[in-house]
Design a protein around this ligand. Sequence first.
Ligand code: ATP
Length: 771
Amino acid sequence: PVETKDLMKKKDTEDRCLAVLTSGGDSQGMNAAVRAVVRIALFKGMKPYLVNEGYKGLVEGGELIKECQWTDVTHTMHKGGTIIGTARCKEFRERSGRLDAAANLVKARINNLVIIGGDGSLTGANIFKEEWKGLLEELVRKERITQEEAALLPYLNIVGLVGSIDNDMCGTDMTIGTDSALHRIIEAMDCLVSTASSHQRTFVLEIMGRNCGYLTIMAGIAVGAEWVLIPENPPKEGWEESMCDKLKSSREKGRRLNFILVAEGAIDQENKKITTSDVKKVIDSKLGFDTRVTVLGHVQRGGRPSAYDRILGTRMGAAAVQTLFEAKGEMDAFMIAIRGNEMTKLPLMSCVETTKKIGSALNERDFNRMQELRGSSFARNIKILKKLEACPTTTCKPESSPSSPSYTFAVMNVGAPAGGTNSCTRSFVRFLLYSGHTVLGIYSGFDGLKEGEIKNLDWSEVSEWGSVGGSKLGTTRTVPDDKSLDAIAKSLESHGIQGLLVVGGFEAFQSLIKLEEGRRKYPALCIPIVQVAATISNNVPGTEYSLGCDTALNVIVSACDILKQSATASRKRVFVVETMGGYCGYLATMGALAGGADSAYIFEESFNLDHLRKDVAHMVHKFKAGNFEKGIIMRNESCNNNYTTDFMTQMLAEEGKDYFIARSSVLGHLQQGDAPSPFDRILGTKYAYQSMNHLLECMERSTTSEGKVLATGSDTICVMGLVGVEYKPTPVSVLKDKCDMKYRIPNDQWWIQLRPLVRILARHADKKFHG
Ligand code: ATP
């Protein structure tokens, strides 16, 4: 791991130079990475250089390689693409080009390089590193550099970051740009949903991804798709008939719109390309449906980077500099990867080589191997998508058998609305119907359960729920008390509910604790119960991510972009932005990191007037020094009762009156967002899948010989969480000791470690102001 806590280590005298370049296809989030590389390097005392136009800049040198300052990367994080340009450079593929590149680096005294690009760019960088000594010897021989110059830079250290919308590199869970591309795809699909369903249309959509179907699968999970075609899982012979049968039966069941998603690199079993027009021709000739083709193309690379990509780029950029900074001499080439929530450094060439094996497996038509190399979650995602879309009929329940028991499940929402809640509910319903079970929807939380507001949910009813924000089932904040347990138990019993999914926030967690206490008195409560955390606050213990917080972060980031633009237009403004979150500082901290704020005040990190004074002085200093037109101070709504948003704004207004105007912006309920982000929709589905498996497993082992479910173990009442890279159920009885029940925050919060990054990245290079 590359530990963020070690970021604070720096040297006062450091003369190492470091250059950063972007190469290959551009992707959103590259600018966040470049910004982080530059600023962390300055913080560490290293001299950063920007190489413009990718390897072309290295080969040509001159003005294309430029030492840069703090302000050169100001106001860049919100931009898509790459501010330093990218190119494909033929010359760098030749040794002669790399010789020129080495000469240019030696002249600038640079032997630390951060390359942001795809596998091609990283391979090129590795070749360059390996040839370095030979290149320098040749340069000395040719008298292009002196022996002394060569001796100063005996090796080249490189770190690669993967910028690619395809998410096609092995070793890292995500690459920079993938999440933003998914945002573009899902926005487009949501738009097509309304027009397609008005006209009863079938849309055949081409999605980018040469050798990789990741974007296609995820878009299918997030919005829904009758059929997907990806390179890693070519359809069986006769797929045309099967696809048309599926479309026909879905139309007969009243579905007005259909999506067929085709990855750019889709092929059949014989490695023959399948294009969108091939698919359209099949549907035209066999069904005569109104079918339209949409090729999203470069739209997917465009637009503003998502909150996730800004944070990923920032963290990866910081980890790259840290890796180079910590090198004691020559080091192996590394690639920075994200695994779960952790930054790691991996041997660069082993990641590239594994990735290349996927290409070879494709040529050999070894599709199982391709999926295996993409990691275990890839095959699971394909399976999930198939289950989501395999509509069962009354006579066909694909995964049920006469011998397997059929259970009655229920699902409800508790707490404030959060993006992804409906996606979770939809997927839960469909997965269970697919396996032959019954699912009841409980409307209006525990109030509705008491009152019997309960209804059977069927396949088509939940069809379009995934793309909708809020809560289709309706949600309340009511937590059961001793009095209501009786009515709740009776209602569960009378509806024959044998397993329950509660999608909700901290109130849902408190409810589960209460239900567990009630089990002693009411046997009807002895059924397996799972909570999926859904709250924009991200404060439920047992998981690193709750549904809704990614959607909220994207709202916060958009707000920051707008406020910064307003400040730039009207000149010199500082905004105090208040975020939600209760006492949990997740949104304020991550919003600050992604929105480029100067600081983030949170409840978990107490502060006093001295801190405020220092920060105000910093802001004044920043504006005085010139070049700054805006500042953002993020403040969690409950960070301090007395130092309120108004107080902070007035303090800034008074102390900074000669330099800027201070304003406040309380984002409030806007943070619940409109349409859920792709991440929340996908996470909702994955949580539903894991919750279903856990519930079923608990039910099977707790079924008595009379066929009654009697679940009493603590593991039968859990929060289903994402912990590291694992989906894991944790009993509420364990979790209640791992959080502060008064302030409703978990004791250990993974994101706290990122807080130094906010401060470092916002501080002007002036050392006096680094604390
Ligand atoms: P994308 O995934 O977006 O295509 P990429 O980094 O794989 O990104 P490439 O076109 O393969 O894109 O590579 C970008 C540049 O990296 C090339 O134009 C070239 O300058 C350099 N490069 C790629 N492969 C090599 C190589 N084998 N040797 C030297 N340089 C290379």
